[in-house]
Design a protein around this ligand. Structure first.
Ligand SMILES: Nc1ncnc2c1ncn2[C@@H]1O[C@H](COP(=O)(O)OP(=O)(O)O)[C@@H](O)[C@H]1O
Ligand SMILES: Nc1ncnc2c1ncn2[C@H]1C[C@H](O)[C@@H](COP(=O)(O)O)O1
Length: 223
């Protein structure tokens, strides 16, 4: 019996993992999907044609990048629902608008008209009764210094060359965003409270917590 069956997690569930850059979303996506025998939906960083250009010139590329991410995530969303669920997703579509687009607009990197175009497109695509929300959003949080250290150790040059103030601002925005998030149930996990590399049993503890939250919302899951 795998952990999904042991803890009664529906095979059609869609679990999305949210949190600031470097906090550990991809790592948890990989390990959780393996434990639950679910498929994964990853953000593709290496093949993104705008990302490194964006880090070099936020003003020039913000709008292009947001449109690209929106299209990619919408395609992934469609793929997950076409399979009938059973996915762990690395980053939610809600963070694109709630964190990144908003932040770059407010910093003056995206014009008002571009931001409005983007927001209207997002709302038309996502904020409708026709767009099914995930069954659960796992929010990863932890100390800022630890997260910045993880970004440094992971070593993507575009991120390593970005001033620490950028990560601080994003970190603070995430805290405010999650407190107001209500599109689906949320499980908050502190990264100091589990270690997926050193302690194999950590993942079972996380699955237990997922089951606890999902069981309270069982009736809303797809049959
Ligand atoms: N539980 C953990 N303990 C130690 N290092 C971790 C842990 N989770 C992630 N990392 C490391 O932190 C870095 C960022 O993790 P990653 O999963 O890529 O974050 P994200 O997808 O949120 O940007 C990677 O180098 C990864 O190996
Ligand atoms: N919507 C986005 N706008 C700008 N940058 C974004 C967006 N979504 C992801 N990113 C960046 C942040 C990181 O550099 C990479 C991958 O994110 P990660 O949190 O490491 O999975 O893409």
């Amino acid at each position: 019996m795998n952990l999904r069956e042991k803890y009664g997690i529906p095979s059609q569930a869609i679990i999305t993992i949210a949190g600031t850059v470097g906090v550990g979303k991809s790592t948890l996506t990989e390990k959780l999907a393996k434990a639950l025998n679910f498929r994964t939906s990853f953000e593709k960083v290496d093949t993104n044609p705008y990302l490194s250009k964006f880090y070099e010139d936020f003003k020039k590329w913000s709008f292009h990048l947001q449109i690209y991410f929106l299209a990619e995530r919408f395609k992934e969303q469609k793929r997950m629902f076409e399979y009938g669920g059973g996915f762990v997703q690395d980053r939610s579509i809600y963070e694109d608008t709630g964190i990144f687009a908003k932040m770059h607009y407010e910093k003056g990197n995206m014009s008002a008209v571009d931001y409005q175009t983007y927001t209207q497109l997002f709302e038309a695509m996502v904020m409708t009764p026709f767009f099914p929300h995930p069954d659960l959003l796992i929010y990863l949080e932890g100390p800022f210094e630890k997260i910045v250290e993880r970004i440094r150790l992971r070593g993507r040059p575009m991120e390593k060359n970005t001033p620490v103030e950028y990560w601080r601002e994003m970190y603070d925005r995430y805290k405010e965003w999650i407190d107001g998030f209500n599109a689906c149930p949320v499980l908050r996990l502190n990264i100091l409270e589990y270690d997926l590399f050193e302690n194999e049993a950590s993942i079972e503890e996380i699955v237990k917590k997922i089951a606890y939250v999902l069981n309270g919302t069982k009736n809303s899951l797809r049959k």
